[in-house]
Design a protein around this ligand. Structure first.
Ligand SMILES: Cc1cc2nc3c(=O)[nH]c(=O)nc-3n(C[C@H](O)[C@H](O)[C@H](O)COP(=O)(O)OP(=O)(O)OC[C@H]3O[C@@H](n4cnc5c(N)ncnc54)[C@H](O)[C@@H]3O)c2cc1C
Length: 507
């Protein structure tokens, strides 16, 4: 190995939100950290890009974790991490998490104000009023437990002992809840099939699985915290979050190398000792953290076939076809909400293209678009295999992208009549774009647990290779910016403990 004189304490592969959070917290604690990012930008799926005066969110637009409401624990993690790093991300409240447009004219908005949300839902299903109340109260009870527990690593015995000792009842209750699914809980309270469909889409909207396949604990965070910490939008776009993490990391002396693709994790005697980059250079460190997906880490970056992740272990979530539009403001009706989920028929909502997602974040931050204009981000699930044989840049590839874009614009007419004639800028991204941009196998949203499996079976931060740790949406608790922030915090806590200088709890 060369470059060992410049040894680091920790090398982080990838500057997604998971990797950046871990890197910045470890650097702040006094470790020497180098982050290696294959692209030219930080943030991965949570980043922004600019085209002709419009700023687009590449992926995420709905953000938890910004509240300052005095609650302790796993929630409001952006606020706590930014405070620890001494950086700020101004944000604005986003008062409707999602406006659902569903078959049979079912039209529900998930308001920040819980009573308004429950009121709308009860109005649509008056005969289930009691069950609706009981179900969402059950989610609240999960939230109450989680928000009281401090964030840390479930693999760190010291953390577990201290949480168990200070909150014995809550820890026990939480352990029981991890055995349950959102769908099973819902069925104990309500029976109307259409309402159960609504709960399915409440789960699918962020977990890409129906309610039965979604762990109750995940649901308890997402569907309750929106009424407490709420949803906020970072001014300047989603890229403001990674930019702040990069700033905080840099303030304490951390370094990021862009255009640095890690090709191999180097091991000696079963222990990770460094990485080899695509240019052939090698770097070593006491610990390596991978922000790549579990498949990319174990089936590509490591050389040991015994560590391969079997195909049958997880469900591979689909990838995305995404459309980014700069549009004239006239096509966005007065009173339009920012985030939408549209399902035209229940039969195919989980199939590629079945559910349409759309965000118009310039309604919250007008600086994202020229005056009198908006940015519209519309996307549907898609699979890389459906693009097989269509080489990037080929005529066939271009045609397929155009067809998909036109289809999405036509579907958007239901939300924004006249949008087809109001488009000024159009950018589209296929699963192949997603795969290349983020170095993610098949451009997948990540691994999903098989229905009925305990959420604690998600990979944690420790791996079978000594000194190699994992972070990001392949690890507990899963997909979503606040979830990967949690994984970054827990990974940093574990690595810091292992390297002999534990993190101080986030306040
Ligand atoms: C279309 C879409 C919409 C979404 N909407 C929301 C939303 O509204 N709210 C929400 O909370 N979440 C949303 N998400 C999910 C959320 O964005 C992700 O779960 C989260 O950002 C993933 O973060 P991560 O750090 O795990 O991985 P990534 O964002 O994938 O980051 C990993 C980084 O590692 C780099 N990398 C990988 N391999 C290597 C290598 N070998 N060498 C060097 N660098 C490497 C990649 O380039 C990338 O920058 C959305 C995602 C998508 C795609």
């Amino acid at each position: 190995m060369n470059d060992c004189d410049a040894a680091f304490d920790v090398l982080v592969i990838g500057a997604g939100i998971g990797g950046l959070t871990a890197a910045a917290l470890l650097q702040e604690r006094g470790f020497r950290v180098l982050c290696l990012e294959q692209s030219r930008h930080p943030g991965g799926s949570c980043s922004s890009f600019r085209r002709e005066g419009y700023t687009f969110d590449a992926g995420a637009s709905v953000f938890y974790g910004f509240a300052e409401n005095g609650r302790s624990g796993t929630l409001n993690l952006h606020t706590r991490v930014f405070r620890r790093l001494g950086v700020e991300v101004p944000s604005v409240p986003d008062l409707v998490q999602i406006h659902y447009h569903l078959p049979g004219g079912l039209d529900i908005r998930a308001h920040f104000h819980r009573d308004r949300f429950l009121g709308e839902l009860t109005e649509a299903f008056p005969h289930e009023a009691e069950g609706i109340g009981r179900f969402y109260r059950e989610l609240e009870s999960v939230y109450d437990i989680l928000s009281a527990l401090p964030a840390g690593s479930l693999e760190d015995p010291r953390h577990l002992l201290s949480v168990g000792a200070s909150h014995p009842l809550k820890t026990g209750a939480l352990a029981l809840k991890t055995l349950r699914s959102m769908g099973r809980a819902a069925r104990r309270h309500v029976s109307d099939p259409e309402l159960l469909r609504f709960f399915d889409i409440e789960a699918y909207a962020w977990a890409l699985q129906d309610a039965t396949a979604t762990p109750l604990v995940n649901a308890g965070i997402c569907l309750a915290d929106r009424h407490h910490g709420g949803i906020n939008y970072p001014l300047g776009g989603s890229g403001s979050i990674p930019e702040a993490l990069v700033e905080g990391f840099g303030k304490f002396g951390g370094r990021i190398r862009y255009g640095a693709r890690v090709e191999r994790i180097l091991t000696e005697g079963g222990r990770a000792v460094g990485v080899r980059l695509a240019d052939g250079s090698e770097l070593c460190a006491r610990a390596v953290i991978s922000n790549a997906t579990i498949w990319d880490t174990f089936n590509s970056l490591l050389d040991d076939s015994r560590l391969r992740v079997e195909e049958s272990r997880f469900i591979e979530a689909p990838s995305w076809f995404q459309l980014y539009l700069g549009v004239e403001g006239r096509c966005v009706p007065e009173g339009t909400e920012v985030h939408h989920v549209q399902v035209d028929g229940w039969e195919g909502y989980q199939r590629p293209g079945g559910t349409l997602y759309c965000s118009v974040p310039s309604l919250l931050d007008p600086s994202l678009a020229p005056e009198g204009h908006h940015v519209v981000h519309a996307f549907v699930t898609d699979r890389a295999e459906r693009w097989k044989g269509l080489e990037r840049g080929s005529e066939g590839y271009r045609r397929r992208k155009q067809e998909m874009a036109s289809e999405l614009v036509a579907r958007l007419e239901r939300l924004m009549p006249g949008i087809g004639g109001a488009v000024k800028v159009k950018v589209s991204a296929s699963p192949l774009t997603h795969e290349r941009w983020l170095a993610r196998r098949h451009g997948s949203y990540g691994p999903l647990l098989k229905p009925g499996r305990n959420i604690l079976l998600k990979p944690q931060n420790r791996t079978p290779v000594k000194s190699l740790f994992a972070v990001g949406d392949s690890t507990f608790p899963g997909q979503g910016v606040i979830a990967v922030t949690y994984s970054g915090v827990s990974c940093a806590s574990l690595v810091a403990s292992r390297l002999g200088r534990p993190l101080r709890p986030l306040e």
